[in-house]
Design a protein around this ligand. Structure first.
Ligand code: PSZ
Length: 527
């Protein structure tokens, strides 16, 4: 029997003077007595906090995102169970990057629960990859529908044996949110794989443009087999210092965020332009920042010309709308419009890497929509919150023959199925506007903390919930992240001293206030 319990709660967070009200629904499916059908729900009943699960008031009751009411800490993190498991895993592989082990069955909404029973407000969401929170009821329901079972258990080699509904499924998932002007889409399994294949599509496009016909010579066919021109032309992708586009060999040549990513790996002599380093607050440095952006754009053009002179042709430019791994470096919309113009002027493809920025966290589905481009990007890559990797592109970037952009899986239809549901939830719950709104609450609070603790926080910045700030140095940044984690807030670092926010799309104002309240205490007591 489906019943619905609605609880109303109101409470106050005093330190920052924020007051909020949280309406709470107890999802009907949890009340089912049929534990067999819902094994993962079994322990939930005992975990139910004394009431509160927060939900957008606009949401239909069936789409409740059930959330806990706050962090609950039992041990320091990593706790004893995590440490034991780390030791175990480290015997099999280098597991030193592991922060702690998670209990995903108990994780809900914006809260990540670890194996020691600690419940943390997750503002990092698996490096920006959880669109609508943990264990969203709409996704659980999707998986429980018998007609979807086959999609999860029979993974096809999509390039040769797609299921009947594949095109239809792409239309209701990826194509329903395609960036303006991009009618074509190819799915891949991860972000690196998406960029890697996007580069290849760009190189093929460029070569066909140069040839002006489809007739490939014998010399080209033979030389490509031994990695030589003309079959392997000396083409390049131009990238930016501080950018991150993945760790596979081609992508790594365009990744310049940390030396440790690149050390010991042979690479390609491809041009690297400086990315603007803006001064904050932006309104106080308008002229300096304009000059800085002009300097970088000039360098882009110089590099294209310089490389052409040494017979290396820049076939494409790759850029992140906000450099993420490299330290949350922003540039103005005007900078990107001009960059797009430069690409067109020199006949280079313009590739926007939306792997981290895509999916709605900036308040628009694609961060580059903020730029207002006259001529759309040529290629847009995605992964993370989109559940599946892949890239959108203009028609002219279609490979001219089958098997040219290809691999075994080419993504996974079960991810497209989940993405279609995620998109429905985003639309139904108005989550793009929510990102704008919640992001404003977060950034306003960060600016307030920056004014009160200028020795600890600077350069607070952000678009939507894609926010960050700088700390004085690496050691302070890492210490703040550790303290926050032990107080029940998971944050991420980026660059050499920034802290970044990458919450889910169901991160609401009251989560921002909850975080700000906790973090304010941390800053007040920081030594
Ligand atoms: O350390 C790592 O490998 C990390 S930490 C965060 C990422 C990778 N992000 C992945 C990423 C990205 O942010 C952008 C803008 N482009 C491409 C990628 C690569 O995606 P994956 O990791 O799925 O291959």
């Amino acid at each position: 029997m489906r019943t619905e319990v609605v609880i109303d709660e109101a409470w106050e967070i005093s330190a920052l003077g924020f007051r909020y009200r949280c309406q709470v629904y107890y999802p009907s499916s949890v009340t089912s007595t049929d534990e067999e059908q819902q094994p993962s729900r079994k322990s939930e009943v005992s975990l139910l906090p004394t009431g509160h699960r927060c939900i957008s008031q606009a949401a239909a009751k069936i789409d409740v995102d059930f959330d806990y009411d706050g962090p609950l800490m039992k041990t320091e993190v990593p706790g004893p169970r995590s440490r034991e498991l780390m030791k175990q895993l480290n015997g099999i592989q280098n597991a030193e990057a592991v922060h702690f082990f998670c209990n995903y069955e108990e994780s809900r909404g914006n809260y990540l629960v670890d194996v020691d029973g600690n419940r943390m407000l997750d503002l990092y969401s698996q490096i920006s990859s959880i669109p609508i929170g943990y264990s969203h009821p709409s996704l659980i329901k999707l998986l429980q529908q018998p007609q979807n079972l086959s999609t999860f258990i029979n993974r096809p080699a999509l390039g040769i044996l797609p299921p009947e509904n594949f095109a239809e499924r792409l239309k209701e998932s990826l194509l329903s949110v395609a960036p303006k002007g991009l009618s074509q889409v190819v799915t891949m399994s991860c972000g690196s794989c998406s960029n890697e294949n996007a580069f290849k599509a760009i190189f093929m496009w460029y070569r066909n443009k140069e040839r002006g016909h489809n007739n490939v010579t014998k010399e080209e066919l033979e030389s490509c087999m031994i990695n030589q021109p003309p079959g392997c032309p000396d083409y390049a992708m131009l990238s930016f210092m501080g950018g991150f586009h993945g760790r596979t060999m081609g992508c790594l040549a365009t990744t310049h965020s940390k030396a440790i990513h690149k050390l010991d790996i042979p690479s390609l002599d491809w041009p690297i332009a400086p990315f603007p380093r803006l001064k904050y607050p932006l309104e106080d440095f308008v002229k300096e920042n304009q000059q800085e952006e002009a300097r970088c754009l000039e360098e882009v053009e110089d590099l294209i010309v310089k490389y052409r002179k040494k017979k290396k042709i820049v076939a494409g430019i790759i850029v992140e709308p906000i450099q993420s791994e490299g330290g949350d470096n922003h540039a103005s919309d005007d900078f990107f419009r001009k960059l797009r113009d430069i690409a067109r002027k020199h006949g280079c493809a313009f590739l926007v890497d939306e792997v981290q920025t895509g999916g709605g966290c900036t308040g628009k589905f694609w961060a580059h929509e903020h730029w207002g481009l006259d001529d759309p990007a040529d290629v847009v890559t995605f992964s993370k919150k989109m559940m599946t990797g892949g890239f959108f592109h203009k028609e002219e970037f279609r490979p001219n023959a089958p098997y040219r952009i290809f691999n075994t899986w080419l993504g996974d239809p079960s991810k497209n199925l989940m993405l279609a549901e995620v998109i429905k939830v985003i639309k139904r719950e108005d989550l793009l506007n929510n990102a704008t709104h919640a992001g404003k609450a977060l950034l306003t609070g960060l600016l307030d903390l920056q004014a009160r603790y200028p020795h600890l926080i600077s350069r607070a910045r952000g678009r939507g919930t894609f926010c960050s700030f700088d700390t004085p140095n690496d050691a302070t940044r890492n210490k703040l992240i550790t303290i926050a984690r032990n107080k029940g807030v998971v944050l991420g670092g980026c660059g050499d001293r920034s802290i970044r926010f990458r919450p889910t799309l169901i991160f609401k104002d009251h989560h921002a206030h909850l975080f700000l309240n906790i973090f304010s205490d941390i800053l007040a007591n920081f030594k």
